[in-house]
Design a binder for this molecule. Structure first.
Ligand code: AMP
Length: 194
């Protein structure tokens, strides 16, 4: 299978994590989730993990410098170069976009597709409230979604201009949504020269 490099956007609660695992299984790119990487560091209890935890608990963003460093390191590893990547939860700021574009140039790969799994704010809010997690208070949810609109949604324009941006309806069953994503990914794969 040709390696494909994808970025997936979607609000918290959009089902982005679940769909990412399905994409990885079906199409082979390595799942790179900065949220998972940070949670692993927190779990290890390193100094860095402790600092990250404090930021994550407040629902704020870890610095671009830290994120760019860990992503650049991961992107340069051989499994990613061989199989492509699925970036999930990153980039979240313009600084992170710039750093990913720089790394892709240096390592000579391109971002083939940028997916936006679209689920409206009302729907993701009620999904998160009903899962009842401790960090899912109404206030924390609103803060995270606000930050997403403010910092992350403006990045869509950058990728639209590059002609790689695709909006996919995230409402419906897991299978229905995955079928929609698969159609887009299959088309991009068949267009990709290799
Ligand atoms: P996530 O699982 O992607 O929602 O990430 C959980 C938390 O980790 C976020 O609320 C942020 O505090 C932090 N985080 C994850 N990815 C990033 C990123 N690309 N930039 C900044 N902070 C991040």
């Amino acid at each position: 299978m040709k390696p494909i490099n994808i970025i997936i956007f979607g609000r918290q609660g959009s089902g982005k994590g679940t769909q990412s695992l399905l994409i990885t299984k079906e199409f082979g790119p390595v799942h790179i989730s900065t949220g998972d990487m940070l949670r692993a560091a927190v779990e290890k209890g390193t100094e860095f993990g402790l600092q990250a935890k404090a930021i994550m608990d407040r629902g704020e963003l870890v610095s671009d410098e830290v994120i760019s460093g860990i992503v650049a390191e991961r992107l340069s590893q051989s499994d990613v170069i061989q199989n492509g990547c699925l970036l999930d939860g990153v980039p979240r700021t313009l600084g992170q976009v710039e750093s990913i574009m720089e790394v892709s140039e240096k390592l000579d790969f391109s971002i083939d597709l940028v997916l936006n799994l679209e689920v409206p704010i009302d729907e993701v809010t009620s999904r998160m409230l009903s899962r009842g997690r401790a960090d899912d208070t109404e206030e924390a949810i609103a803060r995270r979604l606000g930050l997403y609109e403010q910092e992350t949604a403006p990045l869509f324009e950058f990728f639209s201009k590059k002609g790689v941006f695709e909006i996919v309806d995230g409402l419906g069953s897991e299978t229905e949504v995955f079928d929609r994503l698969s159609v887009v990914i299959t088309r991009v794969l068949s267009d990709k020269k290799q």
